[in-house]
Design a protein around this ligand. Sequence first.
Ligand SMILES: *Cc1c(COP(=O)(O)O)cnc(C)c1O
Length: 381
Amino acid sequence: MQPRDLSDHVAYEAGRGIEEVARELDRDPSEFVKLASNENPHGPSPAAAVAVREAASSVNSYPKAAHADLTSAVADRWDVTDGQVWLANGGDGAIDYLHRAVIEPGDTVLVPSPGFAYYGMSSRYHHGDVREYDLSKADDFVQDADTVLEAYDGDRIVFLTSPHNPTGSTIPLADVERLAEATDDETLLVVDEAYGEFADRDSAVALLEGRDGFDARDDVAVLRTFSKAYGLAGVRLGYAVVPDEWADAYARVNTPFAASELACRAGLAAIDDDEHVERTVGTARESRAYMREHIDSHVWESEGNFVLVEAGDAAAVAEEMQRRGVIVRDCSSFGLPGCIRITCGTEAETERAVETLNAVLADLDVDPETADDPDAEVADT
Ligand SMILES: *Cc1c(COP(=O)(O)O)cnc(C)c1O
């Protein structure tokens, strides 16, 4: 027999790892830096690393207490009820849970293009149909309510990414509110704040809770992750903050013990380690400013821990940079050919990335003014 018809489904393309690239090129892993997956260049919170080691001897038990404790800690952090916190196997797992809770077969889901591929992948697994709204390269991928409403057609879920991956743009909370007002009562707005810690923006949790002058809403959910600012990508831990009215749904849709004992213990330690997050955010801010100033091609303003760079033949640029030891992300898989995305590294990593990229751009003769990919132009109009 065969699985169901998966011809509409695509595999997730992750940034390439150092081991994988080093093996392929028959080189030593220590020659490479990886700035392709928006990981934390300072590693995990040291407290989380200790917690994982200490938890190792108790992984024979299901994570009942740890799961409940982390749920409470996250709820405290946002000043919401425990039922509003849906822990998951990464932010990606939380995307799955929101689909499970909301989508009926044939419902449509509206996602940004360019954008994070997993929204659409998860929609399709859950028998939803995917539609797209365009963020325009010519307008620096600006995000506002009108851009989304132009494409909106009664969709059941609308995904917003703020800061947006891979462009770094954000959407003001006033626009999120306007969008929530303008869309149907039965449309859920998911505000993906995977990079929220790096941005000078307030969280959309204010909309759920009716804070900061907003009216409380039951049609917005916020996505957060421990993978980026907290440096815990490897344990897979993220969550959704949902309206209070939704609290009951989690137990009906989640995979039992959605986050593992190791993940919960790591999360509990990391959530109190403000120093590590502050250091990480500080490094990202310096790195993205440095890249904007020193890269010899257009670099978009970014509120994330990465920047988007105009690169002409991005696949060739990424490949040549990799050959020279710096792994970056060709953005074709995001629906954005002609650009590369570079994760903010440490000072030394950032300087090396800039130096390498500038040399590659010069050697490949990429003209920063005319680097526009023709396909991207068509997509914009
Ligand atoms: C990284 C990321 C996530 C979540 O990643 P997890 O590792 O699954 O927590 C969600 N959305 C965007 C846009 C991301 O870049």
